[in-house]
Ligand binder design. Structure first.
Ligand SMILES: Cc1cc2nc3c(=O)[nH]c(=O)nc-3n(C[C@H](O)[C@H](O)[C@H](O)COP(=O)(O)OP(=O)(O)OC[C@H]3O[C@@H](n4cnc5c(N)ncnc54)[C@H](O)[C@@H]3O)c2cc1C
Length: 249
C-alpha cells in the first residue's frame, strides 16, 4: 500500500464513513478504524473543489476542500464512480437509460420493453434483473458479473446457431441469476462479500468478533441478502448459496 511505502495518505469523502453504502455502518466503521491504525487519515463530509498545481502547471501541489481545508500533496487519486458510455447506441431502438437495459437472459431491450433477438449487453454497462432478489434492475460493477454474463451469452449465441432447438429453448428459460461478489485487500484486512449488501436493513454479526476476523449477515426480514467477512474466507464462501434465498417477492 502507499502507506507501507512511506507515503502520507488522506482519504476525502462526501459521506460520513467510507464504503458506507456497500458495507453498512458497523463494517464500514471497522474498516475505517483498521486503516486509521495504519496511519491513514480520513476527512468525511467534504468535497474536493480545486486541485492546486505548481507555477509551471506541471505538478500537483495540493487540493482545496469545500470546508476550506487545504491539503498539500504530490498525488491525487480520483475515485468518483462511473457513468455508462452508451452514446454510440443512441437512435438504435435500445433502452439505454442508466446503462443498456437487458432482460433476464441478457437480451437488450427495445425502447418499448420488447427484447431484441440478437442483441445482448454484458458487464458494467448492462442494467439487469437479479430474479432471486427483487424485480428491480441494476448495474453491478464487479469482476464476476462480466465473466458469468459472457458464459451465459456465449451459450445462448452458440445454441441459437446450432441445430438443437430444444436446448436453445431450455437455455432461454433459465434466467441469469448471479450472486454478486466482491473482495478487497486493505493492509491485513481481507474483505469478501456476496449478495446485495446495500439491500439489507438489518445487519447482524454472524461469526467472530468485531475488530477481529468476523462475518456479518445483511438481512431483509428473515432473508439474507448479503454476507461480508473480514478474514474467515472459507467460512464466508460457505454462506454464498444462502444469499438471496426466499427474497423474491
Ligand atoms: C479502480 C477500480 C477498481 C476495481 N476493483 C474491483 C475489485 O476489487 N473487485 C471487483 O469485483 N471489481 C472491481 N472493479 C470493477 C471491475 O473492474 C469491473 O466490474 C469490470 O472491469 C467490468 O468489466 P467490463 O468488461 O464490463 O468493463 P470494462 O473492464 O470497463 O471494459 C469495457 C471496455 O470497453 C471499451 N469501450 C468502451 N466504449 C467503447 C466503444 N464505443 N467501442 C469499443 N470499445 C469501447 C473500454 O475501453 C473498455 O476496454 C474495479 C474497477 C475499478 C475502476
Amino acid at each position: 500500500t502507499a502507506t507501507k511505502l512511506g507515503c502520507t495518505v488522506t482519504v476525502v469523502g462526501k459521506g460520513s464513513i467510507p464504503m458506507l453504502r456497500p458495507l453498512g455502518q458497523q463494517l464500514a466503521e471497522d474498516v475505517q478504524r483498521r486503516n486509521e491504525a495504519h496511519g491513514v487519515t480520513f476527512i468525511s463530509n467534504a468535497c474536493l473543489v480545486e486541485i492546486l498545481a505548481d507555477e509551471a502547471g506541471d505538478r500537483v501541489t495540493g487540493v482545496v476542500l469545500d470546508n476550506g481545508q487545504n491539503i498539500s500533496c504530490d498525488v491525487v487519486i480520483e475515485a468518483l464512480g462511473s457513468l455508462p458510455n452508451t452514446e454510440f447506441l443512441l437512435n438504435n431502438d435500445i433502452d439505454i437509460e442508466s446503462g443498456v437495459h437487458v432482460d433476464e437472459t441478457l437480451h437488450a431491450l427495445r425502447e418499448n420493453g420488447e427484447p431484441w433477438d440478437n442483441v445482448y449487453a454484458i458487464g458494467d454497462v448492462a442494467r439487469f434483473p437479479i430474479p432471486q432478489f427483487d424485480p428491480k434492475t441494476r448495474r453491478v460493477e464487479h469482476w464476476n458479473i462480466p465473466t458469468e454474463m459472457a458464459r451465459k451469452v456465449g451459450k445462448l449465441v452458440a445454441l441459437a446457431h446450432g441445430d438443437d432447438r430444444d436446448a436453445h429453448a431450455a437455455e432461454l428459460e433459465k434466467p441469469f441469476a448471479p450472486i454478486p461478489s466482491f473482495w478487497s485487500d486493505q493492509f491485513e484486512v481481507s474483505l469478501l462479500a456476496y449478495g446485495l449488501l446495500d439491500q439489507g436493513d438489518d445487519i447482524r454479526l454472524l461469526e467472530g468478533d468485531v475488530g477481529g476476523d468476523c462475518i456479518y449477515g445483511y438481512f431483509t426480514g428473515d432473508a439474507m441478502v448479503g454476507v461480508c467477512g473480514i478474514g474467515m474466507r472459507s467460512k464466508v464462501m460457505g454462506y454464498r448459496n444462502k444469499v438471496g434465498l426466499n427474497f423474491a417477492q
